[in-house]
Design a protein around this ligand. Structure first.
Ligand SMILES: Nc1nc2c(c(=O)[nH]1)N[C@H]1C(S)=C(S)[C@@H](COP(=O)(O)OP(=O)(O)OC[C@H]3O[C@@H](n4cnc5c(=O)[nH]c(N)nc54)[C@H](O)[C@@H]3O)O[C@H]1N2
Ligand SMILES: Nc1nc2c(c(=O)[nH]1)N[C@H]1C(S)=C(S)[C@@H](COP(=O)(O)OP(=O)(O)OC[C@H]3O[C@@H](n4cnc5c(=O)[nH]c(N)nc54)[C@H](O)[C@@H]3O)O[C@H]1N2
Ligand code: SF4
Ligand SMILES: [Mo]
Length: 905
């Protein structure tokens, strides 16, 4: 076997780590961190280091599929037929209804070259600004924040600033989970310089708080009040940089007027924090030699997202903490190429090269460069409104690429109605398993990570070359190639006989054309090419033609790209969130990320190992709230908002405050019937149009679902998922997940008011292989109880318990152990929560803390009881020695066990 290594980048978060892909030209065999990449210097987190385990071929889209009429099934077709058909539908829709009757909804996980081809397609050829991306759900408030306050959409900092800062404030970001390698860098910095202050502002006590000297658990949505309250104290104490303000800013007088009302007493009440905490926070910000802020979705995903961003940047302008090492407002980007999307103009209101679609001069510049008469003037639609227009029939053809809106958009009932109603939905996807795939009339298989080439820009403006290691499976093609091929066919219909706008054969050509649109602009990257990155390594823009190196830090001379050259203080008042909790919906639901899962889990959800840390969907509630609702952990409730309800199991978790609840964003309808975003609200920020995905008013209604169901089937997990998930529609509650490390299995827990039709169980049994062969069975039809266990060669390979599921946990353990002792067999189908004579409780609830070294929480706790400290645990168990993602949690367990009794007031 010819083992080779290809340097590329990780396809997950905006840290943009370099990876070395080990492969044999056909299959990816392993992944390690690239020591030469400046973002990660060889490190990877639990997601990056398991990339080779993900992306089960059985889940991939392998060939184009076309549906010839609503209600019919899709069938396989070839690329020519698929793209000709798409071009003819688009051309006829455009002819009949005009350019704004079609739309493109794309993604921050596309490469810059993919992005550019889509932009040119939409704006130059189709003639619409209806091109938006999932960055609308993610970064658009940061875009507005930077532009309003500083004049351009450019994070001014570098990762090195994390290491050199004296005071780091992490706001609305759970870096420990969402940007783990940067968090590792911060951990190391703080270990070297313990005097560095770390402040975390998050309603929840997350793993990120492990590093905090101060955690402000503010009430959700009150950040603007907090920032104004901090500014009040900075002004009052004179902790401001008058020279900087004088020389480089404008608008402080108006802001001063506003913040007069944000006294410590008022703010501490609005945010529900102590005045002392507020003062401590302002003191550190105001007196530290350097101050850096890092933020993410806790600020952006809000109806006040733009105001939150600017109110935070105000603090940097007031203290002159920008343009210097260790200082600055540093927005962490979510997706690997959300930055590239912003650069290439992939939000409906933008144009390539940080231009505005609403600016006639900008339109004329781009039109001239592209060689078209004009670009569209009509305002394009941002994501939420775009789907509204699909639903009301204004948009008749929708092209979706590299995103899964039927999982990730808020208010799913409305989004799904839109997808259902749309006459023609095209989906360019790497995995055919997603929620959105079910709505596609045309499914186009896309090459994915490791199989495609291009560039991405990470959070610190650094452009890396994403390289292809292996061939894409089946007939899948790279996104740019699909888009360009479609565009070429469409232009033959729309502008016959004219020279092609899409004469591209390789991603490097797209990059070279695109980069000239940045020339002379704030992000000028005209000096970068694929070849240059290969020679010099990943580079930070601006990097103008002729430059020999990139730019680590912006605004070092105090000049800003605004009309006056000055940065602007923004005086937005604090507005309470649109949907506060109230009498009818007394809890605030917060959504966010898990350590080892990625978004809708099309990729991470194929690796059983990644379910080790959190195995199933659980709604976290403060133990007091659990008690108040009379709920036990594991019990089911109906989680209800104004838009819909989802049935989910609850769990006690004192990292959320009373009155709040937390549900991970990952559980879409595939994994949890209904899915989390059936609950969330479509309300959005007035400027950034970013929806409020973080908070929803909810209530918990009791459910009466006495008929329970449990199934486990080993092997072929994707196939079993595909056949069994539709059958779970028969149940009110259904949660699916994977389990097992070396021998993956699909796990289903479900519940219903009464037994479903017997045919459903028969169908399920057929899928589980429990309808024949070496199967132990027990049936009590009178009580609607039926159980089956399949034993092949002395090992359990499938389990189905219906109507009574007491034995589910120990049976799962028995399956995991891979043996069934003869005396145990007679008990397998008994209504027992533990096998007789076996005192030890089931361990299947035991989570894997360390995914790299497969170390369970129980093993860590046992080690702690033996007196081991962090070093000892690392040495004896190996946990935390590889990617380090589990270290904050281990430290928390150590801290918890240090106190013999947990005292609660
Ligand atoms: N493991 C993992 N990592 C990821 C991703 C993933 O899916 N999985 N996705 C990537 C993407 S696209 C993104 S955008 C980033 C997101 O990265 P983050 O934004 O860090 O992650 P979230 O968990 O969505 O939200 C962060 C925190 O905001 C807090 N929060 C909620 N409301 C408020 C509020 O009103 N104020 C404040 N101050 N905080 C609040 C939540 O409690 C949560 O802990 O992660 C990236 N990295
Ligand atoms: N409740 C709630 N909802 C949220 C959030 C939240 O915090 N709470 N966060 C929001 C945020 S910040 C984001 S960024 C979104 C993310 O939401 P989505 O964009 O829907 O997330 P993904 O599941 O990553 O979708 C990417 C899709 O692209 C596919 N894919 C992977 N590689 C390729 C490729 O190379 N080409 C193509 N064509 N397809 C590929 C994957 O299989 C996957 O289905 O979710 C948003 N939704
Ligand atoms: S931090 Fe983890 S997920 Fe993010 S780029 Fe690095 S390895 Fe990938
Ligand atoms: Mo995101």
């Amino acid at each position: 076997m010819n083992r080779q290594t290809t340097a590329s980048t990780c396809c997950y978060c905006g840290v943009g780590c370099g990876v070395l892909i080990e492969h044999d030209g056909e299959r990816i065999l392993g992944v390690s961190g690239d020591p030469a990449h400046p973002a990660n210097l060889g490190k990877l987190c639990s997601k990056g280091s398991t990339l080779q385990l993900t992306g089960d071929l059985a889940a991939r889209a392998l060939y184009p599929e076309l549906r010839l009429g609503k209600g019919l099934a899709r069938s396989r077709t070839d690329w020519d037929s698929a793209l000709d058909h798409a071009a003819s539908v688009f051309a006829s829709t455009l002819a009949e209804h005009g350019p704004d009757s079609v739309a493109f909804y794309i993604s921050g996980q596309l490469l810059t070259e993919d992005y550019y081809s889509f932009n040119k397609l939409a704006r130059a050829l189709v003639g619409t600004n209806n091109i938006d991306s999932n960055s609308r759900l993610c970064m658009s408030s940061a875009v507005v924040g930077y532009k309003r306050s500083l004049g351009a959409d450019a994070p001014p900092c570098s990762y090195e600033d994390l290491e050199s800062s004296d005071c780091v404030m992490i706001v609305g970001s759970n870096m420990a989970y969402a940007h783990p390698v940067l968090f590792r860098r911060l951990e190391e910095a703080k270990a070297h310089r313990p005097e560095m202050k770390v402040i975390v502002i998050d309603p929840r006590r997350t793993d990120t708080c492990d590093l905090a000297d101060l955690h402000l658990a503010i009430l959700p949505g009150t950040d603007v009040a907090l920032f104004h309250g901090i500014l009040y104290l900075l002004l009052w104490e004179g902790w401001i940089d008058r020279d900087f303000i004088e020389a480089h800013t404008e608008g402080l007088a108006e802001l001063k007027e506003l913040v007069r009302d944000y006294t410590p007493q008022v703010v501490s009440q609005l945010c529900a924090i102590d005045v002392e905490q507020l003062q401590q926070c302002a003191h550190w910000i105001g007196t530290s030699p350097s101050f850096l802020s890092l933020w993410c979705m806790g600020l952006n995903q809000s109806t006040a997202g733009s105001a939150k961003n600017s109110a935070l940047i105000n603090l940097h302008l007031a203290t002159g903490q920008i343009g210097r090492p260790g200082a600055g407002p540093f927005s962490l980007t979510g997706q690997p190429n959300a930055m590239g999307g912003r650069e290439t103009g992939s939000l409906s209101n933008l144009l390539p090269g940080h231009r505005e679609a609403a600016n006639a001069e900008h339109r004329a510049e781009v039109a001239a460069y592209w060689g078209v008469d004009q670009l569209p003037e009509n305002t394009g639609l941002p994501a939420v409104e775009l789907f509204e227009q699909v639903r009301n029939g204004t948009i008749k053809a929708l092209w979706i690429a590299c995103t899964n809106p039927a999982q990730s958009m808020p208010d799913q009932n409305a989004v799904r109605a839109a997808l259902q109603a749309c006459p023609f939905v095209v989906l360019q996807e790497a995995f055919r398993t997603t929620e959105t795939a079910g709505f596609a009339d045309l499914l186009l298989p896309a090459a994915s990570w490791g199989e495609k080439e291009g560039t991405v820009t990470n959070s610190e403006r650094r452009i890396s070359h994403v390289r292809r290691a292996v061939a894409a499976p089946g007939e899948a093609r790279p996104d740019w190639a699909i888009t360009v091929d479609f565009a070429q066919r469409l232009e033959k219909l729309l502008r016959p006989g004219q020279p092609s706008l899409f004469a591209f054969d390789a991603p490097a050509q797209l990059f070279d054309e695109y980069k000239q649109l940045t020339r002379g602009r704030d992000l000028d990257l005209s000096g970068i090419s694929h070849a240059l990155i290969d020679r010099l390594g990943p580079q930070q823009w601006p990097f103008p033609a002729g430059a020999s190196e990139g730019t680590p830090r912006l605004y070092t001379d105090g000049g800003f790209p605004t009309a006056s050259g000055r940065a602007r203080f923004i005086a937005d008042p604090y507005c309470a969130a649109k949907e506060q909790r109230d009498g009818d919906f007394p809890l605030t639901l917060i959504t966010g990320r898990l350590r080892d899962q990625w978004h809708g889990m099309s990729r991470t959800g194929t690796a059983a190992q990644l379910f080790g840390h959190v195995s199933e969907a659980v709604l976290s509630l403060h133990p007091d709230d659990l008690q108040q609702h009379g709920l036990q952990p594991g019990e089911l409730v109906s989680l209800k908002s104004r838009r819909g309800a989802v049935i989910v199991a609850v769990g006690g978790d004192d990292s959320v405050r009373p009155g709040q609840a937390f549900l991970p964003m990952h559980w879409g309808d595939r994994f949890l019937k209904g899915g989390v975003n059936r609950i969330t609200q479509p309300a959005f920020d007035p400027l950034s149009k970013q929806p409020e995905l973080k908070h929803t008013g909810v209530r918990l209604d009791p459910v009466d679902l006495p008929w329970t169901f449990f199934a486990l089937i080993e092997g072929n997990v994707q196939h079993h998922f595909e056949t069994l998930r539709p059958l779970c529609e028969a149940f009110s509650y259904a949660s699916l997940s994977l389990t097992g490390r070396e021998r993956p299995a699909l796990l289903i827990r479900a519940a219903n008011a009464a037994a479903p039709d017997v045919q459903v169980l028969r169908d399920i049994d057929r899928c589980l292989g429990l309808d024949e062969g070496p199967v132990l069975a027990y049936d009590d039809p009178r009580r609607a109880i039926g159980k089956r266990v399949r034993i092949d060669n002395g090992r359990i390979t499938a389990i189905r318990l219906a109507g009574e599921t007491l034995a589910q946990h120990w049976l799962q353990d028995l399956w995991l152990q891979g043996r069934v002792d003869e005396p145990l067999r007679r008990w397998l189908l008994a209504p027992l929560s533990a096998p007789p004579g076996n005192a030890s409780a089931a361990t299947s609830g035991n989570k894997t803390l360390c995914n790299c070294k497969n170390v369970s929480q129980d093993a860590v706790c046992a080690g702690i009881r033996r007196g081991l400290d962090l070093q000892g645990l690392k040495q004896t168990l190996g946990c935390g020695t590889q990617c380090g993602s589990c270290v904050p949690e281990i430290k928390r367990l150590l801290a918890a066990t240090a106190q013999p009794v947990a005292v609660t007031s």
